[in-house]
Ligand binder design. Structure first.
Ligand code: FES
Length: 152
């Protein structure tokens, strides 16, 4: 049985009807076609699905969509300002913070939260905060460089 959900996604108010068991990740990708948010493991281990709910980062695969009632959800699609990339997106390009790019949306959403939540004072602190975002290509040191660059 479907239930109503009112949620603001990337600045747009949405009135949806969803199955109560649907995760935020599946809602974004399958119902709203916001496929920038990636599904890596679907059980909280990889960080590819990281989005912000009311400014706090969450793993969308572990979040029931219903729990976002009345919240503001931001995905990688909502980070740029029109044609102007977010400074963190620019920094990932400048520092080669990716290779295959699959983990990148989640990395960038975590990276933005890392600075916003005040955990970017040193490379060690950044590595600790970012430890839930796995990168198979091993772009970690460039990702830390990108975050340090934006932090300055
Ligand atoms: Fe959510 Fe891996 S897909 S943590």
């Amino acid at each position: 049985e479907q239930m109503p959900l009112r949620v603001t996604i990337n600045g747009a108010a949405q009135q949806l009807n969803i199955e109560p068991r649907v995760t935020l990740l599946d809602l974004l990708r399958e119902q709203l076609n916001l496929t920038g948010t990636k599904k890596g493991c679907d059980h909280g281990q990889c960080g590819a699905c990281t989005v912000h709910v009311d400014g706090t980062r969450v793993n969308a695969c572990l979040t029931l969509a219903m729990t976002t009632e009345g919240c503001k959800v931001t995905t990688i699609e909502g980070l740029a300002d029109g044609d102007q990339l977010h400074p963190m997106q620019e920094a990932f390009i400048k520092h080669d913070g990716f290779q295959c790019g699959y983990c990148t949306p989640g990395q960038i959403m975590s990276a933005v939260a890392c600075i916003r939540e005040g955990h970017a004072d040193s490379p060690d602190e950044i590595r600790e905060y970012m430890s839930g975002n796995i990168c198979r290509c091993g772009a970690y040191s460039n990702i830390v460089d990108a975050i340090m660059d934006v932090k300055q």
